[in-house]
Design a protein around this ligand. Structure first.
Ligand code: UDP
Ligand code: MG
Length: 316
C-alpha cells in the first residue's frame, strides 16, 4: 500500500486549518487504496495554530506536526516537511485551500501509472489577485526564464506530488538559502502539469506583501543566476566601446578638422574609459566569487533517476 505524505506549512492559519483538515480527510476517504500522512509544519505561528495541530494529532494518528521555534519562512517549512515525511510520495500544499485537494487522486494516478516522478499543479488564471502583483509576477517569471537556464513555469507554485526518488534529490541540495521553485527545476525529472483555477484563500489572510515578494524574487535570482554579474561586465564593455568611439571622434575632430583638442572632452573620455574598465574588472572578480558561491552550495553534481544491472562481486 502506497503512503502519501501531505506536507502543510502553516503560519498563523488557525482560521483555515480545521477546514483544510476536513477537506483533506474527504479526499483520502475516497482513496482507500493509499495510506495518508498529514505532516503540518507550524512555522512559528503566533495564533492558535499549534493548539489546533495538537488536537488534530490527538484525534487522528495520520496527523503529525513539527513546530518551529520562530518564523523561519515557508522554504524552511517545506524543507523540514520533506526531510521528515515518510511517504512513498510527498505533496506540498498550502493550508489555505488555494491548492485544491481534489487534484490529489489525479496526481497520484499520474505519478503511479504514467511514469512521471512529479505531477504539479499550475494556476491557469490569477483571479482574485491584485493587478500590480499579477503584472510583477509575470515579469518575474519571464525574467527568470531568460536568465536562469531553468524551466520555471508561470503560475507554477509549490503544489506538487513527488516520488521518493525526486524528494531524495531535493534533499541532497542542502543550501541554506533555499528557493524551492528553482530546486524543483534543478533536480530535473519528468513533470506533468495539470491546471487548476486560482481561488481566494478559504479564510485568514496572505502572509505576503509586495516587499516580501520582491525580496523573494531577488532570492530566486541570486540563488540561481549569475546573470547580474555578467550584466555588470556587459555595461563595462559598452562604456569602453563608447570611450573608444568618443576618443576616435575627438582625434579626428582635433587633428584634422579644428586643429585643437578640447581638454574637458579628453578628461570625460578618460573617465568613461576608466569606469568602463572598472566595471569589467568588477565583473571578472564577480565571476570568481560566484564560482565559489555555487561551490559552497554543495549541490549534487548529478542526479540519477533509475539504474539497471547488478554489480558483479569480484571473487579473485
Ligand atoms: N507560510 C509559512 N511561513 C511563512 C509564510 C507562509 O509557512 O512565513 C505558509 C502559509 O501558512 C500557507 C503557505 O505558506 O500555508 C502560503 O502562504 P500564503 O497563502 O500566505 O501565500 P499566498 O497564497 O498568498 O502566496
Ligand atoms: Mg495562499
Amino acid at each position: 500500500m502506497d503512503k502519501i505524505s501531505i506536507i502543510v506549512p502553516c503560519y498563523n492559519e488557525e482560521k483555515v486549518l480545521p477546514l483544510f483538515y476536513q477537506e483533506i480527510c474527504k479526499i483520502f476517504a475516497g482513496m482507500p487504496q493509499v495510506q495518508g500522512e498529514f505532516l503540518f509544519i507550524d512555522d512559528g505561528s503566533r495564533d492558535h495554530t499549534l493548539d489546533i495541530l495538537q488536537s488534530l494529532v490527538a484525534q487522528d494518528t495520520r496527523c503529525r506536526f513539527l513546530s518551529f521555534s520562530r518564523n523561519f519562512g515557508k522554504e524552511a517549512a517545506m524543507y523540514a516537511g520533506l526531510q521528515n515525511a515518510q511517504g512513498d510520495y510527498c505533496v506540498i500544499m498550502d493550508a489555505d485551500l488555494q491548492h485544491p485537494p481534489s487534484l490529489l487522486p489525479e496526481m497520484y494516478r499520474v505519478v503511479r501509472d504514467e511514469g512521471y516522478d512529479c505531477c504539479a499543479g499550475f494556476r491557469q488564471d490569477r483571479e482574485g489577485e491584485g493587478k500590480m502583483r499579477n503584472f510583477l509576477s509575470r515579469a518575474f517569471y519571464r525574467l527568470m526564464d531568460r536568465i536562469c537556464n531553468l524551466e520555471m513555469r508561470d503560475g507554477a507554485g509549490d503544489f506538487r506530488m513527488m516520488s521518493r526518488t525526486m524528494v531524495q534529490a531535493i534533499l541532497q541540495c542542502q543550501e541554506y538559502n533555499r528557493y524551492m521553485k528553482g530546486l524543483f527545476s534543478f533536480v530535473g525529472f519528468d513533470t506533468k502539469w495539470i491546471p487548476f483555477h486560482n481561488t481566494p484563500r478559504a479564510a485568514g489572510e496572505t502572509k505576503w506583501n509586495l516587499r516580501s515578494l520582491f525580496r523573494y524574487a531577488l532570492e530566486g535570482i541570486f540563488s540561481f543566476s549569475t546573470a547580474p554579474i555578467t550584466l555588470v561586465g556587459v555595461i563595462g564593455l559598452v562604456l569602453v566601446a563608447a570611450a573608444f568611439l568618443f576618443g576616435m571622434g575627438l582625434m579626428v575632430r582635433g587633428l584634422i578638422w579644428a586643429g585643437t583638442v578640447n581638454g574637458l572632452a579628453v578628461v570625460v573620455d578618460v573617465l568613461l574609459l576608466l569606469s568602463g574598465l572598472q566595471f569589467i574588472f568588477l565583473s571578472i572578480v564577480g565571476q570568481y566569487i560566484t564560482k565559489d558561491y555555487m561551490e559552497n552550495k554543495n549541490r549534487p553534481v548529478y542526479i540519477v533517476k533509475r539504474s539497471g544491472g547488478t554489480v558483479k562481486q569480484n571473487h579473485a
